[in-house]
Design a protein around this ligand. Sequence first.
Ligand code: SAH
Length: 279
Amino acid sequence: MDNLPQNLPEFLPGWVWLVGAGPGDVGLLTLHAAHALSQADVVVYDALVGDHILALAGPQVELEYAGKRGGKPSPRQPDISRRLVQLARDGKRVLRLKGGDPFVFGRGGEEALSLVEAGVPFRIVPGISAGVGGLAYAGIPLTHRTVNSAVTFLTGHDAAGTVPDTVDWDAVSKGSPVLVMYMALKHLDKISGKLLDAGRPETEPVALVANATLPEQHVVETTLARCVDDCAAAGLKPPAIIIVGDVVRLRDGLDWLGALNGRDLVWNPLNDKDQTLTG
Ligand code: SAH
């Protein structure tokens, strides 16, 4: 990229930039991220950062993988943090590249705090989170004035690999008309069960969006009662974002990617008399 704005900050040796790479489509990178890729000495990247994005790195860049490999667990978080500190102390321009946004279920805060502890200077570059950009590519707005005034982002997976106790499922079920769930595919049966137990209707619309924004994006539209079976039937694999709520119905009108492939969009997707708004 030769014609980036001149006044972007210089990437100085000994610094770590913690950068979000967005959900996948290279066009969703920020200018700061593209600039950092062209200037870095070393890029430490996660599993969700694709080759098309890494291809933007300058020829001088060393690429270091810090994600899961072949079913083996990810390197431990303290090891990654130590590595970032070590590279910075060696005087490198260290680009820590993460999928989506580093501060949304991305452990960016943990890594940044370890830089603070070590006295390493750093910059944070936000990215488009999968729960925002990925759903936009599925044609699903997170809010719509006549449908919802609130949305909740949550994780379906805690550090121990189970459905998180730290989410008050009853409270979010009752209080939030739209739920956007990261890392929730594995435990979808338990999670949908908790939402149904808390009183969400069986017919409530749900969409599962795998590989959002990438050419292999796959969207399954279903309901709370059917989502587990429909997900299995579709053979959906992670990474996937799951959204629960009536905004999913807007997809009939807003699936702009589908329209590119010939889908007819309806202009009044909420006007179907059989469907009533909830939440
Ligand atoms: N920091 C990231 C989230 C990391 S947690 C962000 O802001 O997007 C990993 C989870 O993100 C995955 O399990 C999945 O739920 C979601 N995710 C990331 N990229 C995705 C993609 N391209 N398509 C669908 N889901 C994605």
